[in-house]
Design a protein around this ligand. Structure first.
Ligand code: AMO
Length: 441
């Protein structure tokens, strides 16, 4: 594209956003900026949809009423071009927000040199890998924008909910010395001259922090070197971690229930346009989430064509069968102690633990439990799990000073968003997903 076709920004600055192009500003002179998501040439009229930070606005050009210069500029435009527009707001019931802009001047600020291998509004898309090579452009699709509007709003609602209830937001180190989540693999790294790892979970930090803050939460990335490529695993995901003193796992499940309920009400209210765009006419109201013990799940599986012994973790095959009967949210509680990490508290029958997983059909959304409060017991459980207490000395040390009873949970935010936005692949709800085969962009 010849450089002469590109205008400089110069002194132009935005006076209004798309959300301000409404009948209440009828007649007002405005300067707006954005990128073009659609152009329709209908004989004497050209309709251009411009996207900005707050949504979309329409610019309408009457070909026989504008200067040659303006017309030739408009003819040079295509989807994805970035432009600035000066013009007057005019009430127009069919336009987004009930008004449009009739331009007097246009600045062409960036023109695409390539046509993306997918249309912004296309129903069928090329493979995800192809789209993700230019993810920033892919994110301009209205459906992707809707997902991330819901993602942003959900985070806001969750933070607000936790803060209202008195949880302190904390940030803990992401470079750590020892593993916490047995099964999940670590990413090793060189920390000066020592081996260190990227954190799998802020588990031990959040537990320690209840000593001082009593109620804490953290929203931060967690890293898992997942060896298989699935639709629900990322190597880097956003973990919502909550920990609280003087409660047990049942109280924590109540908190999750209230959190999910608030999230659904809030997203329904504030993101109805985005949900509709994603084909979701209405989110259900979530009130009580059923609680089923691990034992009852095993009973349920007994009549089915699946091999499972008491004490086994639930295979994806088993989970699919459970999902046929429990397609929405439910908790699986009181897991066998041996299937849970060392910090989970065994129940009065020590074969069982005070633990739960929050499920949505076959998808695990969160897990948590009551924690062990005594150093002696924690050391015993570490050994039973084949871990060396020496590696956890820094953690065990604080238990000498009186650790209050406490409980908490960790929730995979992208998985929750998959459910909220109806996505089958977790990568669609992450701006730049990381998996075994993707380290760029
Ligand atoms: P857990 O290992 O079950 O528990 O992880 C908590 C939640 O994190 C999500 N999750 C993932 N999401 C995307 N990609 C992954 N690779 C991935 N791995 C896990 C899941 C899961 O339920 N410390 C405990 C929590 C606690 O007890 O407080 C923990 O990390 O949704």
């Amino acid at each position: 594209m010849p450089a002469s076709k590109i205008d400089s920004l110069g002194e132009w600055r935005r006076t209004h956003y798309s959300k301000d192009i409404t009948p209440s500003n009828d007649g007002k002179e405005v300067t707006v900026f954005g990128w073009i998501s659609s152009i329709r040439d209908q004989g004497g009229l050209v309709f251009i949809i411009i996207n900005d930070n707050f949504g979309i606005m329409q610019m309408t050009l009457h070909k026989n009423k504008v200067s040659k210069e303006l017309l030739s500029k408009v003819e040079s435009l295509s989807e994805h071009a970035s432009i600035g527009v000066r013009g007057k707001v005019k009430t127009m019931s069919k336009a987004p927000n009930g008004a449009e802009i009739v331009p007097s001047e246009i600045k062409v600020l960036a023109l695409p040199q390539k046509v993306p291998p997918f249309g912004l509004h296309a129903e069928t898309l090329p493979s995800m890998d192809k789209r993700f090579e230019i993810r920033a452009v892919d994110l301009r699709r209205p459906k992707a924008l809707a997902i991330f509007a819901i993602r942003g709003k959900s985070l806001e609602i969750i933070r607000e909910f936790l803060k209202e209830r008195g949880y302190h937001e904390v940030n803990t180190p992401k470079i750590i010395a020892t593993a916490t989540e047995g099964g999940a693999a670590l990413f090793p790294l060189l920390y000066y001259d020592k081996e260190a790892f990227l954190t799998q979970s802020p588990q031990l930090f959040k537990e320690q922090l209840v000593m001082a803050f009593e109620k804490v939460f953290e929203i931060a990335p967690a890293y898992r070197a997942e060896q298989s490529r699935t639709l629900q695993h990322l190597s880097e995901f956003l973990s919502i971690d909550v920990e609280e003193a003087f409660v047990d796992y049942k109280d924590v499940m109540n908190t999750i229930e209230a959190l999910i309920s608030r999230l659904y009400t809030g997203v329904s209210k504030e993101c109805s346009k985005e949900l509709k765009l994603l084909g979701i006419s209405k989110l259900p109201a979530i009130d009580k989430i059923p609680r089923l013990t691990y034992d009852s799940i095993i009973e349920l599986l007994k009549g089915k064509d699946v091999q499972i012994e008491w004490g086994d973790d639930l295979s994806s095959e088993s989970l699919d069968m459970i999902a046929d009967e429990l397609p929405s949210y439910y908790f699986i509680t009181d897991w066998p102690t041996k299937s849970k990490p060392f910090y989970i508290k065994p129940a009065s029958n020590p074969e069982l633990s005070e633990s739960f997983d929050l499920m949505y059909g076959s998808l695990e959304i969160a897990s948590g439990g009551t924690r062990i409060g005594s150093k002696k017991e924690l050391m015993k459980r570490l050994k039973e799990k084949g871990l060396k207490p020496k590696g956890f000395e820094y953690h065990l040390a604080v238990f000498d000073y009186g650790m209050p009873p406490h409980a908490g949970f960790g929730l995979g935010f992208e998985r929750l968003l998959m459910v909220l936005t109806g996505q089958k692949n977790i990568r669609e709800v992450s701006v730049f997903p990381r998996d075994q085969f993707r380290l760029t962009p």
